[in-house]
Design a protein around this ligand. Structure first.
Ligand code: AMP
Ligand code: ZN
Length: 137
């Protein structure tokens, strides 16, 4: 279940070298080559799934279980004050490599990393519409 045109398939399979921090039969964890911070890592499944919706539920669960394990290790090894766990799906959400991956970004109290948005306001109309449409689907 790999895609010949996918760079993360090749990295996950070991066909392209990577700075690998962990590997088992289903996943490879690598250092991001364009890190937001020192120790920024990516969790890659070895099989190709473009995004979270394409991926089997069990494997998504295993990926996040591994993210927890690696996040704990980041805290131990790097002594970071926090960690962002990010997972982008589709171009509109900032995905640039279309092979599912989880980012683990170590954070320090005074770092200059900006992962944010300006909070809007949950209107009563939106809340009611969303409660109805999500319950119905
Ligand atoms: P996203 O924008 O969520 O799709 O994230 C893609 C991430 O993959 C970016 O943070 C890139 O820096 C990283 N990346 C792209 N190519 C490589 C590569 N060959 N090895 C390691 N990380 C990569
Ligand atoms: Zn792939």
């Amino acid at each position: 279940m790999t895609d010949n045109n996918c760079i993360f398939c090749k990295i996950a399979a070991g066909e392209i070298p990577s700075a690998t921090l962990f590997e088992d039969e289903k996943f490879r964890v690598i250092l991001d080559v364009g890190p937001a911070a020192k120790g920024h890592m990516l969790i890659l499944p070895k099989d190709h799934y473009a995004d979270i919706c394409e991926m089997p539920e069990d494997l998504v669960g295993e990926a996040f279980k591994l993210a927890k394990k690696m996040a704990e290790k980041q805290q131990r090894v790097l002594g970071c004050d926090g960690i962002n766990v990010l997972q982008n799906n589709h171009e509109a959400a900032g995905q640039t490599v279309f092979h599912f991956h989880i980012h683990l970004i170590p954070r320090f109290k005074k770092d200059k990393i900006n992962i944010g948005w300006k909070p809007g306001e949950l209107s009563e109309a939106d809340r009611d519409e969303l409660l109805t449409s999500f319950q119905e689907s």
